[in-house]
Design a protein around this ligand. Structure first.
Ligand code: SAH
Length: 214
């Protein structure tokens, strides 16, 4: 078996950035311990892959800070087998985390180069079970709805009605909503036909573009 030189940095990230700051779900922590984050950043940034910050991934986009990815993932309460819509494939890192948790992932990315790169990377790492689409994810993926979970990793000016409409009964959605510079991370729940929302924390994401974005 080959030795991963990044394993100590990854373990430190899980302990100091995630567990110490309140990420409790063991399965989530274990998933972060397995996904090789350094493979999702440009080669010249590999040494910084496990640092406590976002990193540039090309096309003006970023891979989110590990803690933010973990926080959103934990909010989704994934037990395995859920059908998850991800908006903003980016590097594919969040996709890999969702797959580690046993989700069936449908992921939409507006930038063709990023989508192609993520697909190739995930397949190269042996991740199976994701479906990819290039297009405007602010409108969701209607033919595949309803979804048990929706995760949006770009900031929206307001809650996109297409996405709340594609969330199934009892479903959960994590989404940053707010201004161009900073947003509130919202947890949205569809219960008995109603859409409830709860503010979790402040956050900073790149802009969600598209018809129901900026
Ligand atoms: N989850 C990613 C981080 C994504 S950054 C990761 O783990 O690396 C946000 C991504 O959302 C960018 O790649 C950006 O191109 C994409 N994006 C922005 N607007 C979008 C839209 N309307 N539909 C789909 N993707 C969008």
């Amino acid at each position: 078996m080959s030795v991963d030189p990044f394993e100590p940095a990854r373990r430190k990230m899980v302990e100091e950035q995630l567990a110490a700051r309140g990420i409790r779900d063991r399965r989530v922590l274990e998933a972060f311990g397995r996904v090789p984050r350094h493979r999702f950043v440009p080669v010249e940034l590999r040494d910084r892959a496990y640092g406590d910050h976002p990193l540039a991934i090309g096309e003006g986009q970023t891979i989110s800070q590990p803690y933010m990815v973990a926080c959103m993932t934990e909010l989704l309460e994934l037990g395995g087998g859920e059908k998850v819509l991800e908006v903003g494939t980016g590097s594919g890192y969040q996709t890999a985390v969702l797959l580690e948790l046993g989700a069936e992932v449908l992921t939409v990315e507006v930038e063709p180069e990023l989508a192609a790169g993520a697909r190739e990377r995930l397949e190269g790492l042996g991740y199976r079970g994701a479906r990819f689409r290039v297009g405007d994810g602010s409108l969701g993926w209607r033919e595949e709805s309803p979804f048990d979970r929706v995760i949006v990793t770009a900031g929206a000016p307001s809650l996109p009605v297409s996405l709340t409409g594609q969330l199934g009964e009892g479903g959960l959605m994590a989404i940053p909503v707010g201004g161009e510079e900073e947003q509130d991370l919202l947890l949205v729940r569809r219960r008995e036909g109603r859409v409830e929302r709860r503010r979790i924390c402040g956050c900073v994401f790149v802009k969600l573009r598209g018809e129901e974005g900026w």
